[in-house]
Design a binder for this molecule. Structure first.
Ligand code: AGP
Length: 601
């Protein structure tokens, strides 16, 4: 997820672009850059790292001009560097982009054969070359953009600057947001509203497939067929900070709701696993060691079921903080699979150090391009969840599970255990997942009263079986880390071996019981709890009279495939923890004693 901005009008563009980018830095901060057109010449300034670096560059060498574009990057293709920083240029065309061009490699090959020379590793740069080539063949600016978009597959919010045309910017949108702000004799472009609120509250949102011609007088919108369409000008109310959180009360809730999009981005263009950033060829497969911490460790536990049942490869799971102390049987025949949102967790990195010393191949699942973990890995399967700001991990967790699922399918095909037809069925199940998560998110409205009632509890139990037991652990972790209520996740079958002594009417017990192979046994555990006065909150994927008869409350999520049910079950647990924490007045995004990335052992 990146932040893009544009400006055309009567004021100096550079300071406005910089200020707007500052409001979008939450969308990514791997690199930044702006381009300004002045007296027929485009000047570009770019830097690796945060916006502050760009500010220093501009302080030393300003960019005069009243039309320009800017970008703050969250890297998806190509490591964070000045070369890969946007804006990207080809001839007279300069472009900034938020999104993923799925077919960029084949377009890059086509353009290279036609003589294009590329500087960067990014997918975005090919777009500048596409448009410039059409411009050079005599097309006008708008037509060159429209025709180029027909060759592109994927998601994009694009802003184009043409060195030969100081009167307009061209914008284009497909499944990634872009908003145009109307000023007096000036017009603003941004990925998100916060970047506009200092200048205007009159905005127009582009729809998918639309292209816009932006001048100092305003915006003209064309649909996919090139026909002019009317787009409403909306008045924005509310404060900028709320807008930065997209109107959500805090980042955690925003990120919980971003999961359908994050899942789509994570598997977009990878279902064939060709572009999966994981070279499965030559990967040693005697056994897999999955190592992680916290929520990522819960993902690893679910991943064990996927790797063993889909790919048929033994998978051991360890906490990063424990792995190196148990003298693991890891060697050159092993694959070490660290999972980390930040890629900076010291315990996980320490496990990687040991793995490398033992000559194991390291392929990681990570959410931050070029993080320490990425740089220490032989291969990286990036989740594309976008920056996860809230300390409590949610969208990174669900995309880690999606990545493990894809990885298991790829390994299953590699080892020959998985027939193509079965792999196709499994990938089709994944395509249904974003919608299932979207449906599960609708439970948010039903949780307010229940959460208020449960927020005074001092202890919670979360129970699950099999592949869903790790989700019981995850639900407990979500609750304890943001509401400070003690909570434990347990295998449902373990209750009778001790923990059932804890049950009384003050103890809420969340029981995960989708209609899967474990249903009847888990229903039995639910009844054991209920018969001892426990308050059961059942989470299921199919209404059932027996559950209704025994549970205090039933939360029903959409039915998903066996391996993907954990992701859908996690949604109400995330929402419940969030809602309870709000009732308890804790700082949901920055809970006490915690940090987003634990860089100490
Ligand atoms: C999860 O909500 C916590 N914030 C924490 O357990 C986290 O998952 C853990 O510290 C691992 O972080 P990583 O994924 O960045 O390695």
């Amino acid at each position: 997820m990146c932040g893009i901005v544009g400006y055309i009008g009567r004021r100096e563009a550079a300071p406005l672009l910089l200020e707007s980018l500052r409001k979008l830095e939450y969308r990514g901060y791997d690199s930044a850059g702006i381009a300004v057109l002045n007296s027929g010449k485009v000047a570009i300034r770019r830097c690796e790292g945060k916006l502050g670096n760009l500010e220093e560059i501009l302080a030393r060498s300003s960019l005069p001009g009243t039309i320009g574009i800017g970008h703050t990057r969250w890297a998806t293709h190509g490591r964070p560097s000045e070369t890969n920083a946007h804006p990207h240029r080809a001839g007279d065309i300069v472009v900034v982009h938020n999104g993923i061009i799925e077919n960029y490699l084949e377009l890059k090959e086509q353009l290279s054969r036609l003589g294009s020379r590329f500087e960067s590793e990014t997918d975005t740069e090919i777009v500048a070359h596409l448009v410039d080539a059409k411009l050079s063949n005599g097309a006008d600016f708008l037509t060159a953009v429209r025709h180029s978009l027909k060759e592109i597959q994927g998601s994009y919010a694009l802003v184009f600057l043409n060195q030969r045309d100081p009167e307009r910017l061209i914008v284009a949108k497909n499944s990634t947001p872009i908003v145009v702000g109307w000023g007096e004799g000036e017009t603003f472009i941004a990925s998100d509203i916060p970047a506009l609120l200092d200048y205007t509250r009159k905005v127009t949102f582009l729809e998918d497939g639309e292209v816009g011609e932006v001048t100092a007088k305003g915006l003209r919108v064309l649909n996919g067929k090139g026909k002019a369409v009317q787009r409403a000008v909306k008045e924005i109310t509310g404060d900028a900070v709320a807008a930065q959180k997209g109107g959500y009360r805090h980042f955690m809730l925003k990120e919980i709701h971003e999961q359908p999009r994050a899942l789509t981005d994570t598997f977009r263009g990878r279902i064939s696993l060709k572009e999966g950033d994981v070279s499965l060829e030559g990967v040693p497969l005697a056994r897999i060691h999955v190592v992680a911490c916290g929520t990522a460790w819960h993902a690893a536990l679910v991943g064990k079921f996927m790797l063993e049942e889909i790919a048929g490869i033994p998978a051991e799971v360890d906490y990063g903080s424990e792995f190196r102390y148990r003298s693991p049987l890891i060697d050159s025949r092993s694959l070490l699979l660290p999972i980390s949102q930040s890629g900076e967790t010291a315990d996980t990195l320490a496990a990687v150090e040991l793995g490398r010393k033992r000559k194991a191949k390291v392929v990681s699942i990570c959410n931050v391009v070029d993080s320490s973990l990425a740089r220490k890995s032989d291969g990286v399967f990036y989740t594309r969840a976008g920056p996860e700001i809230s300390v409590a991990s949610t969208k990174a967790f669900s995309t880690q599970l999606a990545a493990l699922y894809l990885f298991a399918i790829g390994l299953g095909r590699l080892t020959g255990r998985l027939q193509r037809s079965e792999a196709k069925r499994l990938t089709e199940d994944l395509l249904c997942l974003p919608h299932q998560v979207e449906e599960a998110l609708k439970l948010e409205g039903d949780l307010e009263a229940l959460s208020r009632e449960l927020s005074s509890a001092t202890d919670f139990l979360y129970l699950g079986r099999g592949i869903n037991y790790p989700i019981a652990l995850e639900g407990a972790l979500k609750l304890k880390e943001i509401s400070y209520i003690h909570a434990e996740g347990y295998p449902a079958g373990e209750m009778k071996h001790g923990p059932i002594a804890l049950i009384d009417e003050r103890m809420p017990v969340v029981v995960l019981l989708p209609k899967d192979r474990y249903f009847q046994k888990t229903l039995g555990n639910l009844k054991e709890v209920e018969s001892r006065g426990g308050k059961v909150i059942a989470v299921t994927d199919q209404a059932d009279g027996a559950i209704d008869a025994a549970a205090y409350r039933v939360l029903t999520v959409p039915r998903a495939s066996y391996f993907l049910t954990p992701i859908v079950l996690a949604i109400p647990l995330q929402l419940l923890a969030d809602e309870i924490a709000v009732h308890r007045g804790t700082d949901v995004d920055q809970p006490r004693n915690l940090a987003k990335s634990v860089t100490v052992e």
